[in-house]
Design a protein around this ligand. Structure first.
Ligand code: FE2
Length: 317
């Protein structure tokens, strides 16, 4: 594929800005309705390049939502505060009085859901002179970077995901505990394949992240943690990354099925304001047969992880 601008449509220009993921999309105006052919060119670039950057888009929140809805329904984050009249919108407005929280860790958004988002769209309104960049990493490149042996080993494994960091949002008083229990009922720990198949491209994607992934099913906890540590590290490898520097009126859309991101917290106490919308996804699936956990468990006996929280079954005495 050529590295320079690639004409894909009479209007849309796609320009690569990093090796593993990331392109800039030029030649469109998101205040105007997009033709089907224009949208189709953008959608193709989205699946192929995983992170799309739109610069100099002086658009409204409504324009952003309208564009997002071309990809699918918008969803409401269960834990992020949102206003009553715009529940799909999350506003990150951080400064000295409201320090950033909880996104300086590699993750895909909301993998604690049975159907994690297809994509996330973030638009910058106010940014510091420097700092506050967002890192993206291609988890399809991260998968391809594993040895054949490791790819074989993790093929068919499943991992347990949980909304663990958001538990810190709840106080210890009875009313807050009750609220937390209601969330636990609504969002119980969920299993996803460690290697998911991208539903459009079919590419294999490493789909575990340190923010939400608790354990590999069917493994001893020590084994599970050692393997997860190794797999989490894949996201940290610079060759798979694109580092995005924000400017006002820049919008980024990433394929949450195949990309992880990390919001760098180096701008406090300066102000940074962005608006996010999230696009509904589908249930992750694997193109490989799932490993028969019962067989694994019979080998490991009572030390195998048996519950969704990744704990041990009691040892027989
Ligand atoms: Fe995120």
């Amino acid at each position: 594929m050529p590295d320079e601008a690639m004409a894909t449509d009479s209007e849309v220009r796609v320009r690569r800005i990093a090796t593993a993921c990331g392109v800039e999309i030029d030649g469109i105006d998101l205040t105007q309705p997009l033709s089907n052919s224009t949208f189709s060119a953008i959608e193709t670039a989205f699946v192929e390049h995983e992170v799309l950057v739109f610069r100099d888009q002086e658009i409204s929140t409504e324009d952003q939502k309208t564009f997002g809805r071309r990809f699918g329904d918008l969803t409401v984050h269960p834990f992020a505060p949102s206003s009553g009249d715009a529940p799909e919108l999350i506003v990150f407005d951080n400064d000295a009085d409201n320090p950033p929280w909880g996104t300086d860790v590699w993750h895909s958004d909301e993998t604690f859901r049975a159907e994690p988002p297809l994509g996330t769209m973030l638009r910058a309104l106010i940014v510091p002179d420097y700092g506050g960049d967002t890192l993206f990493t291609s988890m399809s490149a991260a998968y391809e970077g594993l040895s054949d042996r490791m790819q074989q080993f993790i093929s068919g494994l499943e991992a347990v995901h949980d909304f663990k960091p958001f538990r810190n949002l709840f106080e210890s008083d009875p009313a807050s505990r009750e609220k937390l229990r209601a969330f636990e009922d609504r969002y119980p720990p969920v299993s996803h394949p460690v290697v998911r198949a991208h539903p459009v491209s079919g590419r294999k994607v490493l789909f575990v992240n340190p923010q939400f992934t608790l354990a590999i099913k069917g493994m001893d906890e020590d084994e599970s943690q050692a393997l997860l540590k190794l797999l989490f590290h894949q996201a940290e490898i610079p060759e798979y990354q694109y580092r995005h520097r924000w400017a006002p009126n820049t919008m980024v859309l990433w394929d949450n099925r195949s990309v992880q991101h990390y919001a760098i917290h180096d701008y406090f106490p300066k102000r940074r304001k962005l608006e996010r919308i999230t696009i509904k996804g589908d249930r992750p699936f694997s193109s490989d047969p799932v490993v028969d956990i019962a067989v694994v468990r019979s080998r490991k006996g009572s030390r195998a992880i048996s519950d969704a929280h990744g704990g041990h079954t009691p040892k027989e005495t």
